[in-house]
Ligand binder design. Structure first.
Ligand SMILES: Nc1ncnc2c1ncn2[C@@H]1O[C@H](COP(=O)(O)OP(=O)(O)OP(=O)(O)O)[C@@H](O)[C@H]1O
Length: 244
């Protein structure tokens, strides 16, 4: 495995208040890394910095060997990333057009767009919804479209911010299973932000536990869950009591 994304000496401050401090974080090619922590820990902020939606107050982000800055980043660099959020924010058009839009913007030939959209609608089991209006979908269907819209771009890094949190349990479980299969077969490097230890345990290879704007523990997901450190044990223990 080689390092795809790397943060160094990063801080992020809002009005003189430092809300995130990450001395070092590497994301390895092909891995699924989870970011978990309590409300307000800084998870979404970290995801925004890694995905170039925002820039740090200090520090550097590297993509492979290239130093990135959100201010100067090229379209080519942004196109290496895709993001799916909790709210699918679909456009006022059909499912097909929602999934096709990113490829149209990239000016791909029509035939290629058709082939890719059909492929990803099929992968997420939503081919039958292609003509349906995006505003008439269930929550689970909309999240499938959201994920297909991200994956059709064949990103080098996929960022997921709580994509399952609004779904009911059976819908979530089914989609998690399918997504894991897709991410593993495509070897898509993925950064997954979640509140839910069950989702994290099922989907991720490594886990960063973020608290008060700092990564308090980072390691193999099962190791972190089984052997939390002094800082993370109370948080993990609460989860264990809740699910066991
Ligand atoms: N633009 C901003 N202005 C002021 N405060 C901010 C801003 N962005 C984030 N914060 C603060 O920084 C902290 C981290 O926010 P962030 O949304 O990253 O946390 P989170 O772990 O994703 O939280 P949640 O689990 O509730 O979504 C919070 O205290 C939040 O209020």
């Amino acid at each position: 495995m080689s390092t795809l994304l790397k943060l160094e000496n990063m801080t992020y401050a809002v009005q003189d208040r430092t809300i995130l401090r990450v001395p070092s974080l590497s994301i390895e090619e092909g891995e699924i890394i989870g970011i978990m922590g309590p409300n307000g820990a800084g998870k979404s902020t970290l995801l925004k910095l890694l995905s170039l939606l925002d820039s740090p107050s200090e520090g550097t982000l590297f993509f492979k060997e290239t130093k990135l800055s959100a201010h100067k980043v090229t379209i080519e660099m942004k196109r290496k990333f895709a993001i799916a959020l909790q709210q699918s924010l679909l456009l006022n058009t059909s499912v097909y057009q929602n999934v096709a839009l990113g490829l149209k913007i990239r000016k791909l030939p029509k035939q290629e767009i058709n082939a890719k959209v059909e492929y990803w609608l099929d992968k997420f089991n939503i081919s039958h919804l292609a003509k349906k209006h995006a505003y008439h979908l269930s929550g689970g269907e909309a999240q499938r479209v959201n994920l297909a819209r991200a994956m059709v771009l064949e990103p080098e890094v996929l960022f997921l911010d709580e994509p399952f949190s609004a779904l009911d349990f059976p819908t979530k479980v089914q989609l998690l299973k399918e997504l894991k299969e897709i991410l593993k077969t495509t070897e898509t490097t993925t950064v997954f932000v979640s509140h839910d230890l069950l989702e994290i345990k099922y989907l991720t290879d490594r886990l960063a536990l973020l608290m008060n704007g700092e990564i308090k523990q980072l390691g193999n997901t099962l190791d972190v869950i089984e052997q939390p450190n002094e800082s993370t044990a109370p948080f993990i223990q609460e989860w264990k009591e809740f699910i066991l």
